[in-house]
Unconditional design. Structure first.
Length: 255
């Protein structure tokens, strides 16, 4: 009965509309140290942007997905910029002015300008997705380097996909949160992308687990499910194409 009551609270949790951008970054060979130094420069700028309500939040994650020996990851880092809405995301913010004020008295003006102008010098390429947050659960664990985080790219296959994620699959994530196995789940729709970004991807799910529990799906116990639940999961899985999941490690943020 207690779980049912808490699930009701989760279901009635207010979902605030949110827009964000995901930068998928491939680094030049041997440039990781330079890249991290660049992001440390931007960390102060992004924190000031958040303080002045010009940005919601900013996160940097490292891609630690295991790959076969001899193969290379398509992306090395992911950067997330969160906004209150599309208007804030598309607003004309003077980022150089923010950089000057964020580093005033710590770096020379010429050094600030150099870092500002060479923001992508360590990057081989960057693909960007603009996303709208459609749904999410509560967030029970602050993000840290020890927090297991996964990004799941998806391709919508039929018109039922979004409803099945938000009205059916979400309930499974909420139960995982009550069991303290999962810390957070979010569901996002791609509303725009850069020219070379994967055109097939239509959505992402973002999942965060508790630090002492590895992600192991409860849905794998197929034989113990009721007929109706098996039917719903079958419909849900057929409504989407899942790409290989991406395991992330937290690096830094505006928080």
């Amino acid at each position: 009965m207690k779980k049912i009551f808490v699930l009701f609270l989760l279901a009635t949790f207010s979902i605030k509309a949110q827009t964000w951008q995901l930068e998928a970054i491939k680094l030049k060979e041997g440039s990781e140290k330079e890249y991290l130094e660049t992001e440390k420069f931007w960390e102060k700028v992004k924190k000031l942007a958040v303080e002045e309500s010009k940005l919601g939040a900013w996160y940097v994650f490292k891609n630690i997905t295991k790959v076969e020996e001899g193969k290379d990851r398509r992306y090395d880092y992911f950067v997330c910029n969160f906004y209150q809405d599309e208007a804030q995301m598309n607003s004309n913010v003077d980022m150089l002015d923010l950089a000057m004020r964020a580093h005033k008295g710590k770096l020379s003006k010429s050094k600030i300008k150099y870092n500002f102008q060479n923001w992508d010098s360590a990057r081989k390429y960057t693909n960007t997705y603009s996303l709208e947050r459609l749904d999410r659960t509560i967030n029970i664990v602050p993000v840290s380097k020890n927090t297991p985080i996964y990004l799941y790219p998806m391709a919508q296959k039929n018109d039922e996909y979004e409803n099945l994620e938000m009205k059916f699959a979400k309930k499974s994530h909420e139960i995982d949160i009550l069991d303290y196995r999962k810390a957070y789940w979010a569901f996002d729709k791609v509303i725009d992308r850069s020219e070379n970004a994967n055109k097939e991807i239509t959505h992402f799910t973002f999942e965060k687990y508790t630090s002492d529990n590895l992600p192991k799906s409860r849905r794998s116990n197929w034989d113990e499910m009721e007929y109706e639940e098996r039917l719903m999961w079958d419909m849900a899985l057929k409504s989407r194409k899942a790409f290989p999941r991406i395991q992330l490690e937290f690096v830094m943020s505006s928080e």
